[in-house]
Design a binder for this molecule. Structure first.
Ligand SMILES: [Zn+2]
Ligand SMILES: [Zn+2]
Length: 375
């Protein structure tokens, strides 16, 4: 309220402008800023400002009050008429521009709404795909009345007030002449039809809420955030319009042992100091099976090995990604006295090695054990 612009300034007219000039200015500006026409971010604000200025300046009483006292809090002053914009843009637009403002034919078919369903699946289900059944609440056409809303054996009748157009013309005589304002027909609430005997299943709505079971096939290789569109499984259309679509949004639970980056799988495998130093052949869990991996002598901790084709099947196209195995050399703990002595000899030092617990590395062992079990 604080920084309200002067109404004359808003309409770009002089203080003593005639009613006709004010009306012309409003028409011009309303056309310029109408949100149906002007997509600028501030168009609606500007339009409201113009409308409010016009509401005041086009009313002789309000205008003289404004000329004397300036802006008045609408809560105390003009009964809020200027600021209240509940009527929507359509009516005003129609009033000036001849009703072409994108009104819908109330009898035209209308497509149903799209629906979205978030589905959380296991890591391996995303890799290999899954077929499942979900239950979603959705609005469907009423079977009893085939969506008409009328009791079976009867039909909705054309509204006699608006002759089926769903609109009513309200003619107002104003100081500027006759103004024709179109509103939704009050008899039929804009539907253009009157239902004398309502369908008892849907109470005249033509639609019912249903819990619908839907079979969903998740393709192998989907990843976090993937969307699956089930055409026509959204809400039912109106007056014979098509149904909307159902979008399944995929969330994937993380895995303890495997990590995924697109089509590639990553894992971390522990090696003992001896395995790393002397080389070995170890078993690695993959998504499908155990495979053998040769560790060459002198392998450093942090080295990656690639298991070709052991990754995720590609969602589109052929082949699959790889599995990358990172080896981590684990410092031994709980060694026997003999082992310690041998290690001292190896290191060529006499000092005892510290017995440090490596919880991080123990957890790698645990995770790999679980992966071998197929978890
Ligand atoms: Zn009507
Ligand atoms: Zn019905």
């Amino acid at each position: 309220m604080a920084d309200k612009r002067d109404y004359y300034e808003v309409l770009e007219v002089a203080k003593g402008a005639s009613d006709d000039d004010i009306k012309k200015a409003y028409r011009k500006l309303a056309r310029q800023y109408h949100p149906d026409v002007n997509k600028a971010a501030d168009a609606e604000t500007k339009f409201k400002e113009v409308k409010e200025a016009y509401d005041v300046l086009s009313d002789a009483g309000k205008r003289s009050q404004y000329d004397q006292y300036g802006h008045i809090d609408p809560n105390q002053g003009f009964g809020g008429g200027g600021a209240d914009f509940g009527g929507g843009f359509g009516d005003i637009f129609d009033m000036f521009f001849g009703g072409g403002g994108g009104r819908r034919d109330p009898n035209a078919p209308q497509r149903g709404n799209d629906l979205q369903y978030t589905m959380t699946i296991e890591f391996k289900e995303a890799v290999f795909g899954k077929e499942t059944e979900i239950t979603i609440p959705r609005t469907e056409n009423c079977d009893t009345c085939s969506g008409s809303g009328a009791k079976p054996g009867t039909k909705p009748e054309t509204c006699s007030t608006c002759r089926g157009t769903g609109q009513q013309e309200v003619v107002q005589n104003t100081p500027f002449g006759r103004m024709v304002n179109r509103r939704a027909c009050s008899t039929c609430s804009g539907t253009g039809k009157i239902i004398k005997e309502k369908c008892t299943t849907c109470h005249g709505a033509g639609k019912v809420k249903k819990q619908r079971k839907i079979n969903v096939k998740i393709p192998a290789g989907v990843d976090e955030g993937a969307q699956i569109r089930l055409s026509g499984e959204g809400e039912g259309g109106t007056r014979g319009g098509p149904s909307g679509d159902l979008y399944i949004v995929i969330r994937v639970k993380p895995h303890d042992f495997f990590e995924r980056d697109n089509d590639d799988i990553y894992c971390e495998v522990p090696l003992t100091f001896a395995q790393a130093a002397l080389g070995d052949e170890i078993e690695i869990p993959t998504l499908t099976e155990k495979v053998k991996l040769k560790i060459p002598a002198g392998t450093q901790t942090g080295t990656y090995f690639r298991l070709k084709g052991k990754g995720v099947p590609r969602l589109r196209g052929y082949g699959q990604g790889d599995q990358h195995v990172k080896v981590t050399v684990v410092t031994p703990t709980n060694m026997s006295d003999e082992q310690k002595e041998l290690l001292r000899q190896f290191a060529g030092v006499g000092a005892p090695a510290g017995e440090v617990q490596h919880e991080h590395h123990e957890s790698i062992f645990e995770k790999m054990k679980k992966a071998f079990r197929g978890d």
